[in-house]
Design a protein around this ligand. Sequence first.
Ligand code: SAM
Ligand code: DTB
Ligand code: SF4
Length: 322
Amino acid sequence: MAAHSLEQLEAIYNQPFFKLIDQARATLLEHWPADQVQLCTLLSIKTGGCSEDCGYCSQSARAKAGVKAESLMETEDILKVARLAKTNGATRFCMGAAWKGIRETDAKFQSVLETVRAVNDLGLEVCVTLGQLSEEAARQLKDAGVSAYNHNIDTSPEYYSEIVTTHSFKDRLDTIKHVQNVGMSVCCGGIIGMGETVTDRLKMLEVLTKFSPEPESVPINCLVPIDGTKIAAKLPDHKMVDIFELVRLIATTRIALPRTKVRLSAGRRSLSKEGQALCFLAGANSIFYGDKLLTTPNPDENDDDQLLASLGLEKMAPVTAV
Ligand code: SAM
Ligand code: DTB
Ligand code: SF4
């Protein structure tokens, strides 16, 4: 049973560090092929100009982060990037759009469906993150070949309104429910380093463990502080999350959600090689691969290839929706 109470998660999280790592590593080895990491490439297919006020995000129309609002990319242009990602070794292609949400009646939605079919035909796992969705839109995305829908809860229910005011935590859960109702896998996680407490992080995890079915993947992002965002103004002396806190959260996620892919997501450029190795040891088995996330840089592919080779980690084969 995946559901964990806050108290149970605290008991796991607060174990002596090496005991926690041992338990997380044993859990990983029981459920996943040893030494394999999933490589996911991200592309922002519709950048900037978003109506929402998510405090961390460079793409909010209210942020002054120098991100230009662009229109939805054409399918052919997206395919060029997807083909390259495949050649470089990615097995999952995740497309993000800076929208509050999208309706199935919108012409842009039809264009996204066409793109999803074409990327799927390349043999890549397709993930999309398009904001709020109705159940009907979710069904059409699934039928077009989306294997997972990314929609993060970002933080604890209690801290959410400190970060976003233009939609609610419940709005996020409603979209996740629509996705689950049509049998599509959910990719859902959050961000740490936004001024929240460790309890907030574990409360976020508590919500994720109560999903039924379990999330297919959980991205754990460390805040990438971006000048001009609401959070950068609120946390002017922002420091990268402590590595041991990140590792503890990854290990606790692995133990509470054994069959979920745990993705070491945004913020890797601020982590050392040794720090990332500890994250893999603690059960992370997926990364974003490619030198750009949505609007900010990610480590170079060459550096990641070297890191994985020096750890003896291999690329995970595409896994269809679980
Ligand atoms: N608009 C859609 C939505 O909000 O669901 C999809 C795109 S949105 C940018 C996807 C996720 O990226 C966010 O939920 C957040 O977890 C993550 N993210 C965005 N900006 C970030 C930042 N500066 N640092 C870390 N993670 C970030
Ligand atoms: C997720 O959890 N992290 C990704 C993906 N899902 C869409 C996005 C990270 C974005 C980091 C900031 C940026 O590049 O704008
Ligand atoms: Fe818009 Fe998504 Fe950014 Fe929020 S996180 S401002 S919904 S693009």
